[in-house]
Ligand binder design. Structure first.
Ligand SMILES: [Zn+2]
Length: 112
């Protein structure tokens, strides 16, 4: 594998975690309402709106986790606590934690 193959794979993993993985979560854990759950999980991507308060808005050399306020460790602790609630709050918590995991692996797990 040369560098561009790895870069493609990284992009693939990123979009897979954002768009495809939530389908599995919805189907496995919320089969009866999977479409609604999938939409809620997708909607948690709005958490990236906190990037608008940063300058520059996007910097490939900056990890989101621990930088933007909705990506801070305090925020992540709140998302974790949301898992202890029922219904939509838990689903949103799952989506937000998955988002943090996606951002985390995107920045820390690739040697590009
Ligand atoms: Zn993010």
């Amino acid at each position: 594998m040369d560098l561009s193959d790895v870069a493609y794979f990284k992009t693939f993993v990123h979009y897979f975690l954002h768009f495809v993985f939530p389908v599995f979560i919805a189907l496995i854990f919320y089969r009866e309402h999977w479409k609604k759950v999938y939409l809620i999980l997708l909607a948690t991507m709005l958490v990236d709106l906190d990037h608008l308060f940063a300058n520059p808005i996007f910097d490939p050399n900056r990890g989101s986790i621990g930088f933007h306020f909705l990506h801070s460790y305090y925020a992540i602790a709140v998302y974790f606590l949301m898992l202890f609630f029922k219904g939509n709050i838990r689903i949103i918590g799952i989506g937000l934690l998955l988002h943090m995991l996606t951002d985390f692996q995107d920045f820390y797990c690739w040697n590009l």
